[in-house]
Design a protein around this ligand. Structure first.
Ligand code: ASP
Length: 439
């Protein structure tokens, strides 16, 4: 028996028309056993997400002000969906209960979670599936971290008994029973947790794009879609800012070896992107570069000191200064007597002087400089491992675009090559690298 877990994002459930598309997708395939809805998202770009409106209700009530106008807008979103679906169903009692709770100081996470909760009730009704409240089966620890094993035990049991179910995304409960949400976009995580609990054949993540593209379409016109990507490659690309999925949603399914399929609710015939463990990929599938991504807003601290290579503990002392200041570094390229530390410019705010003074104090460098305006670009591809000539193609393309490379870093995995360029060269470099490989 094939078991699929399907998560639908906010734009896929933003109104009755979108909801109908999701329902059709689910009904067309008997393998669709478990459905994780988000709250209704934006119907058009200037629209408001229900979750944002719920946060606003909470903030308004907290100030002791009247939140009924905003809450009315939320109620109307759901009323419109119910009407558009021609459902014989009412959420009015639920609305009253939630409004009462908000006016009686309900917690912020409880209020935010109601978007998914109400959408889940509608979907369960529409599909004739069991509604499962994540309060009862998705748990957080006392310190707020997700209780993965406890959840998996309870959730798998519950889902074994309910083979067709809707489980609202985004939240669970604390040991004292209060509601706690994941971070924003967290329904992706719920989907992955459910997929792991039922050992699904695939976790389908339905959104408003047909998966990942080889490069950012705002930089490269019509980039090719990525049909197949490994979890590790995805991690590298997401780290560099290519986001479609919530970062934390990868872990539960990755370790269970369950593939994720990113699909487009508006174009259900498109196959989307399949994210799979490396073990599921044939040794040579012809792909060299899977994607190119990057980020601007980087700063580089450059250190020089004669005989640095012989000075025991040099690196540790430098990094201890960053640690004390709560700074994490992105890369650490080094030469014989030089060391560079790449950090995000934003994280340096208010810490620049302390950082430079601290480093000077602990290692007494011959020179130290801090430069902003740096961008990192990662060229990621499982096909680069042990393949000759890829670096030459990358650097050739960058040179052809007349861009100076200021840093090169190839991880030991050989899965990616990261280069640093001046921010003003960022777009040009991405295009040049993309064009060198996308033929
Ligand atoms: N509704 C939540 C948000 O807007 C969670 C989600 O959609 O995944 O962040």
């Amino acid at each position: 028996m094939t078991v699929k877990v399907l998560k639908f994002g906010g734009t896929s459930l933003a109104d009755a028309e979108q909801m109908k598309k999701a329902i059709n997708i689910i009904k067309a395939d008997p393998a669709c056993h478990y459905v994780i809805p988000s709250a209704p998202g934006k119907r058009f770009s200037a629209d408001e997400k229900v979750t944002d409106m719920l946060y606003l209700c909470y903030e308004t009530a907290k100030k002791g002000e009247d939140f009924s106008e905003i809450f009315e807008k939320i109620k109307n979103r759901y009323r419109d969906i119910i009407k558009g679906l021609a459902l014989d169903y009412s959420l009015e009692d639920e609305f009253d209960g939630i409004a009462f709770a908000i006016s009686h100081h309900a917690g912020r996470d409880y209020v935010a979670s109601r978007g998914e909760y109400l959408n889940g009730l509608i979907m369960a009704k529409c599909l004739g599936f069991t509604f499962i409240n994540p309060e009862k089966c998705i748990f957080f620890n006392e310190n707020g971290t997700f209780a993965a094993e406890e959840t998996n035990e309870v959730l798998s049991k519950m889902l074994k008994e309910n083979t067709f179910a809707v489980i609202p995304g985004f939240y669970g409960s604390m040991p004292n029973g209060t509601i706690k949400t994941f971070t924003r976009g967290g329904s992706d995580i719920t989907g992955a947790i459910v997929a792991r609990a039922v050992n699904a054949d695939v976790y389908e993540n339905w959104t408003d794009v047909s998966g990942f593209l080889m490069a950012d379409p705002r930089i490269v016109p019509n980039p090719r879609p990525i049909n197949l990507i490994t979890y590790r490659e995805l991690r590298e690309l997401s780290y560099m800012g290519a986001t479609v999925l919530h970062d934390e949603s990868i872990f539960p399914v990755r370790f269970a070896g369950i593939p994720i399929n990113i699909r487009n609710t508006n174009i259900p015939e498109a196959k989307g992107t399949m994210i799979v463990p490396s073990s599921m990929i044939k040794e040579d599938d012809g792909t060299i570069i899977t994607g190119v991504a990057g980020k601007k807003g980087m700063s580089v601290i450059s250190l020089e000191k004669d005989m640095m290579n012989a000075e025991l503990g040099f690196g540790r002392r430098v990094l201890s200064v960053l640690e004390e200041l709560g700074l994490s570094f992105e890369h650490l390229p080094s030469g014989v007597d030089t060391m560079s530390i790449v950090v995000s410019t934003a994280s340096l705010e208010g810490k620049r002087e302390k950082l430079l003074d601290g480093i000077c104090r602990v290692v007494k460098p011959d020179s130290i400089a801090l430069d902003d305006g740096f961008a990192l670009i990662a060229v990621v591809g499982r096909g680069m491992v042990a393949e000759k000539g890829t670096a030459q193609r990358i650097f050739g393309a960058v040179a052809g675009a007349n861009v100076n490379i200021r840093m090169i870093d190839q991880g030991s995995s050989e899965l990616d090559i990261i280069i640093g360029v001046a921010e003003e060269d960022y777009e040009k470099t991405i295009c040049a690298i993309y064009n060198a490989f996308a033929d």
